[in-house]
Write a protein that binds this ligand. Sequence first.
Ligand SMILES: Cc1cc2nc3c(=O)[nH]c(=O)nc-3n(C[C@H](O)[C@H](O)[C@H](O)COP(=O)(O)O)c2cc1C
Length: 380
Amino acid sequence: MAMTSLFTPLQLRGVTLKNRIVVSPMSQYRAKEGVADDWHLVHLGRFALGGAGLVFAEATAVEARGRRTHGDLGLWSDAQVEPLARVVRFLEAEGAVAGIQLGHAGRKASERRPWHGETPVDATDAEERGEAPWPAIAPSPLAYADGWPEPQAMTDDDVAQVIDAFEAAAGRAAAAGFRVLEIYAAHGFLIHQFLSPLANLRTDRWGGDGAGRRRFAVEVARAVRRAWPERLPLSFRLSATDWVEGGLEVDDTVAVARALAAEGVDLIDVSSGGIGGRERPQRMALAQGFQVPFAETVRREAAIATIAVGLLWDVEACDAIVRDGRADLVALAREVLDDSNWPLHAARHLGADTEHAHWPVEAGWWLMKRQRLLDRLGLR
Ligand SMILES: Cc1cc2nc3c(=O)[nH]c(=O)nc-3n(C[C@H](O)[C@H](O)[C@H](O)COP(=O)(O)O)c2cc1C
């Protein structure tokens, strides 16, 4: 039997990924009024040329007040569809499957871009850049961290509105041609705020026990599945643990994954952390692949496909994660910013592409000829 490796295709519903390498969603904070432009085409396009099987567009807001920063992408209006469709057409023409992540920032809305401080937007941003602050909503009126404004606790109407917004945005993502959809339920954004006992103090049906705190995620999944075609896979990104005493632990995440699977979710993208503050929690132990054990546990205990992500760069380590069945896919973010051709180089390293056949022919033809020349001359 052939061994599974990074370069074994994977079928999810009616979509086949040519390999197990995912470009993780990476916010660019560069959109204007949520609309994609040439930057997004080139930024994402290079990952398709680089050989990734699945390329995710960044966290994309389902409503304007759910943006994290003024530069977030959005799919809250039909006018935002075509600029993303242009990106999709390029990715798919170059052999990658195009994915997108939909999210809502909740109490982390109205934030400055990382290079402007990752602190709340205030009147000075309005003066300097014409970017005014806006009020945030959240399950409970708890500020994200010291120095952050208190968000408005969501009413039942707010909850219904946001669920509808997820559904409508999923329909727009399908209209743009995306073939994998991921719902952003990690890193302290709105859905994670509902899931975590550290951010959700509600005593109504949207809070209380684990089932109550899961309800919002489950209702979002159900609504999104209505708008997202049945032949296309649906992923959820979860923070497997809050890394904080009294917060979510991996067992809670297994329960969330099971509940989501029952709603037609196919894939869990397993990250961690982010529920409150900028300080790294003391319990968080960083190491290469430090979140892989969570992906493995969710995969085994919830019987669902997973993506492993976080501090991954070594080709053989990534290959082993897939080969050993610890996750179905591996996602890279910073490593592919450094080298967008990482998948092409990985294929050569693992012997899956000896002739530069994975490369776009416009480059691969020349690289193959050069390799033969160098081999003949004994130079490399
Ligand atoms: C520039 C940048 C932007 C990011 N934006 C998002 C995002 O929009 N959605 C998300 O789920 N994670 C986001 N992340 C987190 C990454 O997807 C990934 O989980 C994290 O960087 C760990 O992977 P790495 O060690 O390969 O970088 C971002 C990371 C970077 C570096």
